[in-house]
Design a protein around this ligand. Structure first.
Ligand code: HEC
Ligand code: HEC
Length: 299
């Protein structure tokens, strides 16, 4: 299951929250977060729309950024959550048939890296805290790709929080609004050259969500906000993976199969890590081997 499942887990604590918080406060506090305006300029970056750039953008939207996990394989949008208590969360249509048609490239880049939509409000759930690290070149390639895909027309409901969802947001239990999690003052690199170095592996691990799910130290543990019945992220520091060969690690990332033959839960997005190039795989594995070993569960 994809990352967005995280927030559903908060439902358990909700009854308590609802009992303790006045409904009026909850409504006002969740609205103020949803309506908060971020004054982030949509700074234009050079984006080339040639076929090599589009191909790179496609790769980044699937194998690395995994946009398709939430926005649908055709990027035409999908309903991610529809819960009577929590609300409805929709990942919108990113094709030329959807919302972005009227946005400039710079506005789309701003949404991806800052989590700020065209009207200055925060996007919900969209993992910009990870995408803020994308280089100009890579985020530009993703935008070029979005402009090139076939237009999809799909009727989708509007995202809408219901009382329990509102209570969780108001209580700061549910980090729904991603613009809050982004360092808006950082200057992303213009370009990060693909190579087999540890540095490149770290770039892929941050833009690709490994750090988001397995923790900044990669030692795993329950993913913050995940429902209690979802598998915790595994320890992928050398303490746990040091005795595995590169081939065994690669097989886990390409086929979702552990050395003992068991299958890795699809909460781990191995369907998409499977699409990494050999170079990206080498860099990623090198990076995993470079971090300090840690016992499981220390994030
Ligand atoms: C974990 C799920 C998830 C992933 C992964 C994800 N998104 Fe999103 N995205 C969303 C949701 C949900 C919204 C709607 C946010 C809202 O309406 O507040 C959204 C909104 C957007 C928007 C803004 C649309 C608008 O309202 O104008 C853009 C652009 C976008 N995503 C692009 C991307 C790209 C590009 C990627 C991959 C690099 C990506 N997203 C990956 C969930 C996701
Ligand atoms: C959406 C959250 C998420 C993302 C993103 C993610 N993982 Fe995972 N990963 C998991 C979970 C959860 C498990 C445990 C699955 C299970 O218990 O079967 C896991 C398991 C693994 C395993 C298997 C470990 C073992 O010994 O069983 C490896 C290796 C791994 N992840 C590496 C990565 C790498 C490298 C990346 C980034 C390219 C990454 N993961 C991105 C959630 C994630």
């Amino acid at each position: 299951m994809p990352r967005w499942m995280r927030w559903i887990g908060y439902a358990a604590g909700t009854v308590v929250l609802l009992a303790g918080a006045g409904a009026g406060y909850v409504y006002a506090a969740s609205n103020s977060k949803a309506d908060k305006r971020y004054d982030i300029p949509a700074t234009p970056i050079a984006i080339s729309h040639d076929s090599a750039t589009i191909a790179r953008g496609q790769h980044f939207a699937t194998a690395i950024g995994k946009c398709v996990d939430c926005h649908g394989e055709d990027l035409g949008g999908k309903v991610m959550v529809d819960d009577p208590a929590l609300g409805v969360v929709v990942a919108p249509n990113l094709t030329p048939g959807g919302l972005l048609a009227g946005d400039s490239d710079a506005e789309v880049v701003r949404t991806i890296r800052h989590g700020v939509k065209r009207d200055g409000r925060s996007a919900a759930i969209m993992p910009s805290e990870e995408y803020q690290h994308f280089s100009d070149e890579d985020v530009g390639a993703i935008v070029a790709y979005l402009r090139s895909v076939p237009a999809v027309t799909r009727t989708l409901p509007a995202t809408q929080l219901r009382p329990v969802g509102r209570a969780l947001v108001a209580a700061n239990v549910l980090p729904l609004y991603t613009a809050e999690l982004v360092d808006h003052s950082a200057t992303p690199p213009a370009r990060v050259l693909p190579d087999s170095t540890i540095e490149y592996g770290k770039y892929l691990a941050s833009t690709g969500g490994c750090i988001g799910c397995h923790g900044p130290g990669l030692s795993g543990g329950p993913i913050p906000g995940m429902p209690p019945d979802t598998p915790p992220a595994a320890n992928i520091t050398p303490e746990a993976t040091g005795r595995l060969s590169d081939a065994e690690l690669e097989r886990m990332l390409r086929e979702g199969t552990r050395p003992d033959g068991s299958t890795i839960n699809p909460m781990m997005p191995w369907r998409y890590t499977a699409l990494m190039t050999d170079l990206e795989m080498r860099a990623t594995i090198k990076y995993l081997r470079s971090v300090p070993g840690k016992p499981y569960g220390n994030r």
